[in-house]
Write a protein that binds this ligand. Sequence first.
Ligand code: EPZ
Length: 421
Amino acid sequence: MDKILIKGGRPLLGAVEISGAKNAALPALAATLLTEDPIVLHNVPCVRDIQTTGQMLRDLGCETDFRTLESTHSCKVLARNVTSCEAPYELVKTMRASVLVLGPLLARFGRARVSLPGGCAIGARPIDLHIKAFEKLGADITIEHGYVEARADRLKGTEIFFDRITVTGTENLMMAAVLAEGDTVLNNAAREPEVSDLANLLCSMGATIRGAGSSTIHIQGAARLHGAQHTIIPDRIETGTFLAAGAITGGDVEIRSCRADHLLAVIEKLEEAGVVVERATPSVLRVSAPHGLKARDVITAEHPGFATDMQAQYMALMTQAEGTSIVTETIFENRFMHASEMVRMGANIKIEGNRAIVFGKTQLTGAKVIASDLRASASLVLAGLVAHGETFIGRVYHLDRGYERIEEKLKGLGADIERVR
Ligand code: EPZ
């Protein structure tokens, strides 16, 4: 099992290219099931979750071409001869985003059998809101043997209100509604850029969607959708991670091919904490922290608030800030596991319910640590970059799920980092 070895203490200097957003590419790949025509996607990150999704689509009977994904970041899917409507437990348990095939399969074929994803490291993560909304569209849903069985002759558009904002719930229902009879309105919808990116793809496939990116999305049902090409938006969480990396190491990093407007809350919070973020162009940021870091509280929230996927990385940064900061997590019930690993590296963090109190500045020392989920892994890399001595991070497969070649990108910025088998 791969590990990552980091010798800390080097400031990051130079330029790094941001990859396409995993959390935009995953729903886009699911959307290919909505048409019998080919879909070509560009700027797709070559990460484990994307490969897993490619395999799932092939298991459903799609023809895929992922051969040049690593070099061109483009891939093609043709869902003309779908032979199965089932996403098995063995697959869904490794990647909960597989539930995103529920909407498209139900909409195009009138049936879907998808394993309940089960919980993960950061929380229970149910999909009750997805299921309730599918039933509102007229689907018959039974849950037995750990599977969601969904059937519908033809989904019928209606008014849906999400009790709680859900990103993949919004995406799943958008993909179901585009082939439903009549119009659907999604109220209290997620406003993440990845939702808007999916809506843009669906519209290029012939769907009629208004309001994506706001809390109310109007979808006009169509009889069929056609093929399209689409370029995935940059990964705003990878962008935030490299902003934090440049700041925590006291370096000076140019971050290219990003979208600053997709992470304004993160940039503003970093600036409050003393980080200098220069908007060189709309797609290039330059980050440094010439005057050190100041402790500033943060509360995670749905977009456009401070992203929960940046909470762990921000906590690592706050261990290097002068003063006490409070990190409040409002989205997931168990997303502080990185804290105990940072404490082992010398951080002074106290957990009180959904709040982590970080007493900075503490000198971190390298240690053997274990990753628990995708973003926790990233925060341990950040801690290792600033720690004195060597940090060994185990279970880096978590990291590989959502970051493309992160050790190469960091090495290109001068970090002393390598992957060891
Ligand atoms: C998406 O997960 C992202 N994943 C997550 O990124 C991200 O952390 C999360 O949104 C929040 O921004 C993808 O886009 C593939 P939610 P999702 O439904 O859609 C509760 C990463 O690191 N909820 O918005 O699964 C849920 O338990 C991953 O890339 C219900 O109760 O998150 C959570 O507390 C981690 N019932 C909250 O809502 C439901 O039916 C928000 O979840 C659905 C959700």
